[in-house]
Design a protein around this ligand. Structure first.
Ligand code: 3HC
Length: 694
């Protein structure tokens, strides 16, 4: 029997096979839930059916509830009810898993009477990453199968557990190779014959473990103080050990609904979609050029990081440096990065040896780049040096090779213009450390061919990075906005806050690091060079804060020199640099500023409003395609708190009228810096929100 629903039933003798057919990931949308409900009802009524198996069609079992339905009124039947009806079915039900069995998908499987996974299946309860908790019995059934400590681990980390580990834990009963439908048929038959033991998870008892619950709760309090749902996950698991099954389910539902109401849930789900939405670019239908060999020019921190990322992604790399000493340094840095990747479990020792044996070529001869499909220039930020390299590459690179620059600020149109092939030139702006940070800004100059843009995105995918399309301007999306909000951090310090207070307020808001700690980490000389470059064109009415310049004049460039805004002792924690305090007093005096107090809330408001204002100008100018691209840029490249969804999502929660009111208030003291962006005024006129621009 086949229904036009995404759930199909096939009867083979006394076995009913239920297939979920809802591409791409078989999420339990309303239609799937309804289909499952109808299927179970039908099977219950058919006494000739003696056993049941549920499996997924296509690339995966069910990867979870349909996230797009969250926040809308929930249409019955609910997933918890479907899980109960599977568990209460009067015939054995086997879940056959392949691909990923995640969230609500795993919960469906947990309510079956036996679970069989194909090799390579990954199982997980990743709801915590979306700001919620497993809400269809996952927090009650998982500890019954694998115990409290392992359940706490799965539910609070959301990690994907490989089938072998799941078998060892007792989460599944067997690993069986084959086609999902065939395995479903053979396993349901085995269950019917008693060759595959079946049981109801609800009937198992939980072994209490108060110590594990207390430990996890304390660790999460210390490590994830901002987050709401991990703590609720622990409460739900605790309920499994103190309450009977039915009451535990009720408690889980209450906690689930609390999480659904939390603003963190919308932020985290927005971040989930942002990660994917950025791939929707005008060039998405263009054919990417094949990339089988990469060239990297420059073996400094950036170049060696990019080379490392490419090597880990399986691409052979030719690294070019101008002399043997620099080349050796670059090579050593790649070796160090690769060794660290092995240590972190990101690279197998065998692959590590293979890379160093065959995949990396180091040379001082640029001619060796003649076979590279894509060449990334990563030398220091100097237009003339970059132009010289691109002129040379024009003569060396093979036809169709993509010529990329890793510049973070410079005009790529100008760089492209020195070649006879501007259509092949693009910006690939990696973030340091390039083998760790997930963001890649793909910067598209005027003449770049669509295939070249598509190649940049394909490279990012290969490197498991998140590519965001950006236009050319000083700093592109990320650094352009950063330069603006960095100014507000400087103004706050000149006007009375300390760098530590600014950093602290923003860390409490959820940023991974405050702006002054970030500057110290990146190296204060970078911002100094930018400020010098911009000096000639800086408007006379702009307030200029010279505190960082004064620090740089002492050759204190931050972490690498042992001091900057903070002092970095050999051992122990960094602390506020007392000499910087003196510099601040002097600069305040010079500027005639009487210091005043700022609350942490005001610091956060000024900082984020500056960020949002410049982001709106970046949108207005078409540098970013949509607000969601800016969100992805800041989530994956600048440590913006994921639970706030990104600066544009956050702006939406603040609201257009409130943003305008703040800017107008602060413009009384500094009308040059605080201007209402035209786009914000337009949104206000239209009574529209920022999300409408997505
Ligand atoms: N709901 C709706 N859409 C989903 C989805 C879901 N649960 N999971 C993935 N999708 C969509 C993606 O948005 C993407 O759409 P697009 O092509 O329009 O951009 C498409 O499916 C393919 O997804 P990916 O690009 O991510 O494909 P991958 O193969 O790289 O990854 C995956 C597949 C590992 C399943 C990954 O998509 C994933 O991790 N999904 C989320 C899984 C999850 O969080 N499940 C729990 C949901 S909450 C829940 O179940 C609550 C319950 O307890 C009641």
């Amino acid at each position: 029997m086949t229904y036009s629903s995404p759930v199909h039933i096939e009867i083979v003798d006394a076995i009913a096979l239920i297939a979920i057919d809802n591409p791409p990931v078989n999420a339990t949308s309303h239609a799937v839930r309804q289909g499952l409900f109808d299927a179970i009802e039908k099977i219950t009524a058919q006494s000739e059916i003696k056993a049941v198996a549920i499996y997924g069609m296509g690339r995966t079992f069910i990867a979870g509830a349909d996230i797009r339905e969250f926040g809308k009124p929930l249409l019955p039947p609910s997933l918890p009810d479907i899980c109960l009806s599977i568990e209460n079915l009067n015939k054995p039900v086997v879940a056959v898993l392949h691909g990923t069995a995640l969230g609500g998908g795993l919960e469906v499987a947990l309510s079956a009477h036996a679970r069989v996974a194909l090799p390579g299946t990954k199982l997980g309860l990743p709801e915590v990453n979306l700001g919620i908790l497993p809400g269809a019995g996952g927090t009650q059934r998982t500890p019954r199968l694998i115990g409290i400590p392992a359940a706490l681990d799965m539910v609070t980390t959301g990690r994907h557990v490989p089938a072998e580990e799941a078998l060892e834990l007792g989460l599944i009963d067997r690993i069986q190779g084959g086609d999902p439908r065939d395995v479903a048929l053979s396993m349901a038959t085995a269950a019917l014959k008693g060759d595959l033991p079946t049981r109801s998870t609800a009937n198992l008892t939980v072994v209490p473990n108060d110590a594990a619950i207390k430990d996890t709760a304390e660790t999460l309090k210390a490590k994830k103080p901002h987050l709401f749902s991990p703590h609720k996950c622990v409460e739900a698991i605790a309920a499994a050990s103190t309450l009977p099954f039915a009451d535990g389910l009720k408690r889980e539902r209450e906690l689930f609904l609390e999480c659904m109401e939390s603003p963190q849930r919308t932020g985290l789900m927005h971040a989930f979609f942002a990660e994917r939405a950025v791939a929707d670019i005008p060039e998405k239908t263009a054919q990417a050029r094949p990339i089988e060999a990469l060239g990297v020019i420059g073996g400094g921190q950036m170049g060696s990081g990019i080379a490392t990322a490419a090597l880990i992604a399986g691409l052979p790399v030719t690294l070019v440096e101008r002399d043997t000493a620099s080349l050796e340094k670059g090579k050593a840095s790649i070796e160090k990065n690769l060794a660290a990747a092995v240590k972190r479990g990101k690279l197998s020792p065998e692959k590590h040896d293979e890379i160093l044996g065959h995949a990396l070529t180091c040379t001082t001869n640029r001619q060796n780049l003649s076979e590279s499909d894509l060449i990334i220039e990563a030398v220091f930020e100097d237009m003339e040096v970059k132009k010289e390299i691109f002129r040379a590459l024009d003569g060396i690179a093979k036809d169709g090779a993509v010529l990329a620059t890793n510049t973070s600020y410079l005009d790529i149109n100008e760089i492209a213009a020195v070649t006879k092939r501007p259509a092949d030139v693009i910006g690939l702006h990696f973030f340091s450390p390039a083998h760790v940070m997930r963001l890649l800004e793909v910067v598209v100059p005027d003449k770049t061919a669509p295939q070249v843009v598509a190649t940049g995105f394909a490279l990012a995918k290969k490197m498991r990075k998140i590519a965001v399309r950006a236009g050319v301007c000083d700093g592109f999306i990320g650094n352009r906005i950063l330069s603006h909000y960095k100014k507000v951090a400087d103004y706050l310090v000149l006007d009375g806050a300390t760098p530590q207070q600014v950093d602290q307020a923003l860390v409490e808001f959820g940023l991974a690091m405050g702006p002054f700690a970030v500057s110290d980490l990146a190296g204060l000389e970078i911002g100094w060079a930018t400020r010098k470059r911009q000096a000639a064109t800086r408007p006379s009415e702009e307030r200029y804060v010279a505190i960082a310049d004064r620090i740089c004049e002492r050759e204190w460039y931050g972490r690498k020199t042992g001091q900057g805004f903070y002092v970095y002792p050999e051992s122990g924690k960094p602390y506020a640099n007392p000499e910087v305090d003196v510099i601040i007093q002097e600069e305040r005096q010079k500027a005639g500023v009487t210091p005043r107090e700022f609350s942490n809330d005001e610091i956060v408001a000024r900082f984020t409003t500056a960020m949002i204002s410049e982001a709106l100008r970046v949108l207005e100018e078409g540098i970013a395609l949509r607000p969601i691209d800016i969100d992805a840029t800041f989530l994956f490249g600048y440590g913006f708190p994921r639970f706030r969804g990104g600066p544009m999502h956050y702006a939406n929660t603040v609201g257009v009228p409130n943003l305008i009111q703040s800017i107008e208030t602060w413009s009384i003291e500094d009308a040059h810096f605080w201007k209402v962006p035209d786009l914000l005024s337009q949104l206000n006129k239209d009574s529209a929100d920022i999300a409408s621009l997505n």
